[in-house]
Design a protein around this ligand. Structure first.
Ligand code: ADP
Ligand code: MN
Length: 169
């Protein structure tokens, strides 16, 4: 039986370049791109919490939906958090990192309000995404990558391609 292609999770603070890298990876290596935020929205995987009076992610529904897709292998998955998914789904977890002034400019260009820019920049300084991934996944699975420039974007794409070749022939 042909072995399944690996699933790769791409995580990181908003603005670090997840979508850009995922699209490049999908195109270069014929992977299926899954943007978890879009999956949640399109399938309305939110449930109203009466007690807290707010919308809450319906985690079970999301995970059931994704399980079928992950079982097929060959997915590159974008999400800003990494503690939501079963560990067995991913053979590689990429954490994108960006220099703080670079990130600030990208979020400003995106039209984020100042408070949201500052919140994300301090999350990046505090390594929230990187530490979340490293706390959850075994050593060797998590790869942290600087993604400040187009040169680094290309290098990251190549490095992930090389990883796939080495690990899943
Ligand atoms: P995320 O999905 O993590 O929020 P995006 O992929 O949407 O990030 O990228 C945020 C912005 O930064 C976009 O304007 C994108 O074009 C730019 N960008 C992403 N990666 C790079 C890179 N390596 N070099 C330069 N600009 C980048
Ligand atoms: Mn994105």
């Amino acid at each position: 039986m042909e072995s399944k292609r690996p699933n790769i999770l791409v995580t990181g603070t908003p603005g670090t370049g997840k979508t850009t890298l995922c699209e490049l990876l999908a195109q270069t290596y014929q992977l299926n791109y899954v943007h978890v935020g879009t999956v949640i929205k399109e399938n309305r995987f939110v449930a109203f919490n009466e007690e807290l009076q707010c919308d809450e992610l319906d985690e079970d529904a999301l995970l059931d939906h994704l399980e079928v897709i992950m079982n097929q292998g060959g997915n590159v998955v974008e999400h800003h958090e990494s503690d939501l998914f079963p560990l067995r789904w991913f053979s590689l977890v990429v954490v994108l990192r960006a220099d703080n002034t670079v990130l600030y400019d990208r979020l400003q260009q995106r039209g984020y309000p100042l408070a949201k820019i500052q919140e994300n920049c301090s999350a990046e300084i505090c390594r929230l995404s990187a530490d979340m991934a490293k706390e959850n996944y075994p050593e060797g699975v998590v790869l942290e990558m600087s993604n400040d420039s187009l040169e680094q974007l290309q290098a990251n794409c190549r490095q992930i391609g090389a990883w796939m070749e080495a690990h899943h022939q």
